[in-house]
Structures are given as C-alpha cells and as structure tokens.
Design a protein around this ligand. Structure first.
Ligand code: FAD
Ligand code: 2HG
Ligand code: ZN
Length: 519
C-alpha cells in the first residue's frame, strides 16, 4: 500500500523572487565578453551617448529609467539566473506604456542602439541579458491585467504580468493559466511567450502556439502590431503571432498577450513514485496514458542523482524527503479532473496494479494541498539545486523516449573518461537527468564546482551531436539564446535556417534587437 506521509511544518513552495544580486554575486559572474574572447562587439552599433540619455529622459519618467549611479546597481539586469553570463548595460529602460516602448524602439532603430528585451530574467540560455553594452528594455512596469471573459476563458494582459500573479488572478475566477513552471514567481507572461516555454502542464493543455490567441508586439522600427484577437478560429492569412512565440525577442517586443485559459480542475491528485529503471519509467508512462487518459496532467521523471543534489540543497530547510528509501528513478504523476471520486478511484486502481506488478516499488500520494505543493517542490527545486554549487551546464533537449536517458549515461561516461567527474578533486559534481517525460523532454544538468572551459569543451558539441544522431532537438523548451546560437544546424537544415535569417533581416534590418543570439 502507498503510505500517506505525515508532513512536518511545510515550507511554502519557493517562488523565485528576483535574486538579491548583492556585491557577492556580482563579483562572481564573469563578463561574457571575457569568457568568450572570440566574440567581437558589432561596431555598427552606436555607443550610448549623453544625448541618447537626454532623449530617453524626455520620454520616460525617473522611475522608468535606470542608469548605473553606483557600481552594482544594474547587476540584476546584466547577470543571468545561472550566474554564467554577464553583460555591461549602463542603461535600463522600464516603460509603463506600449506607446513608450514604441518611441524607445523607434529611436534605437534610427540611432542603431542595440536593445535586449527582458522579462523576469529567468532565461536558461543566456538570452535575457546583454552580451556587450546593449540597452536593457525591461517589461516589468507594463504589468496590468487587461480583461478576462469567464464565458470563453479568454485572458488578456500586459507582457510584464508575472506568471504566478496571472495564475492567482485566474484561480480566483475558477480558471488557471495553461502553463506552469518552477520560475513562476519571477517570469513574465511576455517572457514565457517569447521563449515559448513548455513547463509542467504542456502534456495536458498543449503549447503556447495553440493557446495564445493574439499578441500586441512592438516591431524594431517602433510600429505597434495590434493583433490582440480573441478568436479560436481565424483563417484569414498568415498567422503572424506565431512568429513572435519563441522568437526570444529577436524580431519584436511583446507588450500584450491574449490567451485561452482552461477551467480550474476541481480535483487534483499528485503522487510521487519510485521505480527500478528508466525502462520502467517508460512502462509506467504508457500505463498512465492508457488508464488515466483524460485526467493525466503531468508526468515528470527524476533520476537518483538529481534527487540526491536536491536533498543536499534542501537539508538546510529541514524538509523531509517523501520516501524513506532511495531509488534509481522517481516519477511525479499528477491528475486533474472534475470529479474527485472518479479520479481517486481511477488513480488508486492504477497505482495498485502498478505496485502489484512491481512496476512501481514505492510511493506516496498527497493528502491535501500542502502535501501536493511539497511533492511538486521536490521536482521544482532540482534546477536551483543543480545551480547552487558554483556553476551549472544545462542541456534541454527533445529525444525519442527510448533514447532519452541514454544521453545522461553517455555524458557521464564521457566525463569519466576525461577525468572530469568522480571525486571531490574533479570539477563536475554530478551529471543528472530529469524532465517532462510526457513531452519527450530531458533536462541534463551538470552541477559543477565552477564554470570551466574544459568542461564546456568536453560537452559541446558532443551533446548536440548525440541529439542530432537520434533526430532530436537541441532545444526542447528553453530556446537558443546565446548558448546555442552556433549550434542550431544540429536540429534545423540550411533552408530552414536561411528562411529564419530572412525573417530576422526583414523585421530587424539593423539587427538591433537581442543581437549575438538565436541565429
Ligand atoms: P526572460 O528570462 O527575461 O527572457 C527570456 C527571453 O525572452 C530573452 O531572450 C528575452 O530577450 C526575451 N523576452 C523577455 N520578455 C520579452 C518580451 N516581452 N518581448 C520579447 N522578448 C522578450 N522554461 C520552460 O520552458 N519550462 C520550464 O519548466 C522552466 N522552468 C524553469 C525553472 C526555473 C527555476 C528557471 C530559472 C527557469 C525555467 N524555465 C523554464 C526557463 C524560462 O524560459 C522561463 O523561466 C521563462 O520562459 C522566461 O521568462 P522571463 O519573463 O523570465 O523571460
Ligand atoms: C524544469 O523543467 C525547467 O525544471 C528547468 O525547464 C530545467 O534547469 C533546467 O535545466
Ligand atoms: Zn522543463
């Protein structure tokens, strides 16, 4: 039988409030321009002058413009979440209206000033921070809910609304945001649209390419594209909004989003299960799809090492692991439906037979909302646990399910053969695998003692070649950003890449938006 856990005083699921980037953090993050020496600043971009700042002051109020008065002021905008990349912006603009975004971009385009759009700065591929001296255009002051229609479920908001805020707003109206992810406390709706983030509910609600009904976007020359439609069906011409979903701020700045939201499920169950092998993870997934069918809303997997790292990291918070023993693999399985009795009966039968056949060898089920959040906490805290030891290399890939875990094994073997992992004298602490099995999406994280070029060279292009050999994608959900810019050809062919370059050139002929990234 599954045991019901008695939880201690539970911590609230930690939402990632923007880090306090103190001098301590600032001093640790190397400048991107110094870590990647072959990279050169594009000298067709103008360097910011006092005249430019004067212009911005005529358009923006004091609260909408940040300059580096004191050293460290702009660190939160220059440094990424992984503390791997650091730019040198000396100006951050935080406009409060779409019209101001338009004036800023129009001016920057005319003056050839490079700009990086920034949301919550939780990007994991170095896309949200400057590489050199680009101006940061933060959307955080554009943060109003615009409307919600309880009949259709259509929600409209500014790009700078935080994901968790949007979801809380919708929950109060018996709906939810069709996307959830660990960075919900910081990331913004515009940011998740710009990265086409996947997250934990994709299995159930599909991707943003399907849910987003309309966008408002400011193009690099300042043109406002008002496409904030509310239609589920609209076959009049090219579906322009799709271009901006996942474009990572390279061809326009998203300022408004119209999205279809589902009703809040009345019954949610979460179970945390242990299995013997990756083979069994797949078997449980097939069984879950067949038997839980329409109520299955998340199927996440974690290997033993990812949980080991998380246990170490959460020790300080005195949080008890939900299972008594350790196992090779864990599964977090969630169901969401409208009838608790029906869902409970289905899930119990599923778990009973899974345990009888020894597919599932241990597990627990959340008994209330607090336990439910705690079980999710063990999954959502893996990224932070892998990041907090000095450095982390992250690879977010799509692979056929049968091959998915073999990348973790191959990477471990390669690191061992190169003498980079094994004991405390080695730079890599662990190479761990976890992710969204339901979407064929593996997160391979290398927790390191430091960022180190030898590790990077050992991993790249090795990992991208591996993914290509299995016909996977080198970016499942985090995007290309700075990290993967030079590797797109491992997933996309020449014709595809050339069409992308044409689109970029068409909308952004001077290349001012998010340069040095994407393609
Ligand atoms: P930022 O990080 O600020 O920006 C991301 C990119 O979009 C940048 O290229 C930036 O230039 C651009 N951009 C931002 N706002 C706009 C805008 N308004 N218009 C145009 N371009 C813009 N991703 C997933 O897919 N699934 C996950 O499960 C997931 N979990 C995460 C968990 C953690 C702990 C962390 C730190 C990150 C996670 N991510 C995940 C990564 C991530 O992509 C997201 O957190 C999110 O999509 C980024 O939103 P943001 O507002 O922070 O955008
Ligand atoms: C998740 O699924 C996120 O937790 C982050 O996409 C993954 O940090 C990572 O590699
Ligand atoms: Zn993910």
């Amino acid at each position: 039988m599954l045991k019901n856990l008695i939880w201690r005083q539970s911590p609230r699921v930690r939402s990632l409030v923007p880090r306090s980037f103190t001098a301590f953090y600032a001093s640790k993050v190397p400048l991107t321009s110094e870590s990647y020496l072959s990279l050169k600043r594009n000298d067709s971009f103008k360097r910011l002058s006092s005249d430019d700042i004067e212009y911005f002051r005529t358009v923006l109020s004091k609260q909408e413009l940040l300059g580096s008065k004191e050293e460290g002021d702009l660190d939160p905008f220059n440094e990424d979440w992984m503390q791997k990349y650091r730019g040198q912006a000396s100006l951050v603009l935080k406009p409060k209206t779409v019209e101001k975004v338009s004036l800023i971009l129009n001016y920057c385009n005319e003056e050839k000033l490079a700009v990086v759009p920034q949301g919550g700065n939780t990007d994991l591929v170095g896309g949200s921070v400057p590489v050199f001296d680009e101006i940061v255009l933060s959307l955080s002051n554009l943060n109003k809910v615009r409307s919600f229609d309880p009949v259709s479920g259509i929600f409209k908001c500014d790009a700078g609304v935080i994901l968790e805020t949007a979801n809380d707003y919708l929950v109060q109206r018996d709906h939810i945001f069709p996307l959830d992810l660990g960075a919900k406390g910081s990331c913004q709706i515009g940011g998740v649209v710009a990265t086409n983030a996947g997250g934990q509910r994709l299995l159930r609600y599909g991707s943003l390419h399907g849910n987003v009904l309309g966008l408002e976007v400011v193009l690099p020359d300042g043109t406002i594209l008002d496409s904030m439609h509310s239609l589920r069906k609209d076959n009049t011409g090219y579906d322009l909004k799709q271009l901006f979903i996942g474009a990572e701020g390279t061809i326009g700045v998203v300022t408004g989003v119209s999205i279809l939201t589902p009703p809040k499920p009345r019954a949610v169950n979460v179970s945390f299960l242990a299995v013997k092998s990756y083979e069994d993870v797949q078997k449980v997934f097939v069984k879950a799809k067949g038997e839980l069918a329409e109520i299955l809303s998340a199927f996440e997997f974690m290997d033993a090492k990812s949980i080991e790292l998380t246990r170490d990291h959460l020790k300080k918070d005195d949080i008890t692991f939900p299972l008594e023993d350790e196992y090779p693999f864990y599964i977090l399985l969630e169901t969401s439906g409208s009838n608790k009795e029906h869902d409970d009966a289905k899930l119990e039968k599923f778990l009973e037979t899974a345990m009888e056949s020894e597919l599932v060898i241990d597990g627990t089920m959340a008994q209330d909302e607090t336990e439910l959040k705690n079980l999710w906490h063990w999954r959502e805290m893996i990224p932070e646990s892998a990041q907090c030891n000095g450095g982390v290399y992250k690879y977010d890939v799509s692979l056929p399910l049968k091959d998915l875990y073999s990348l973790v094994e191959a990477t471990n073997a390669r690191l061992e053969s190169e003498g980079l992992i094994g004991d405390e004298s080695k730079p890599v602490i662990a190479a761990v695998g976890y992710g969204h099995i339901g979407d064929g999406n593996l997160h391979l994280n290398l927790a390191c003692r430091e960022y180190n070029k030898t590790i990077e060279k050992c991993l790249e292009p090795f990992i991208y070649q591996f993914v290509q050999s299995k016909h996977g994608s080198i970016s499942a959900e985090h995007g290309l950003g700075f990290q993967k810019k030079n590797y797109i050809q491992y997933t996309k062919n020449e014709v595809e890449i050339n069409m992308m370059k044409d689109i970029k050139k068409h909308y952004d002929p001077y290349g001012i938006l998010n340069p040095y990234k994407y393609i």
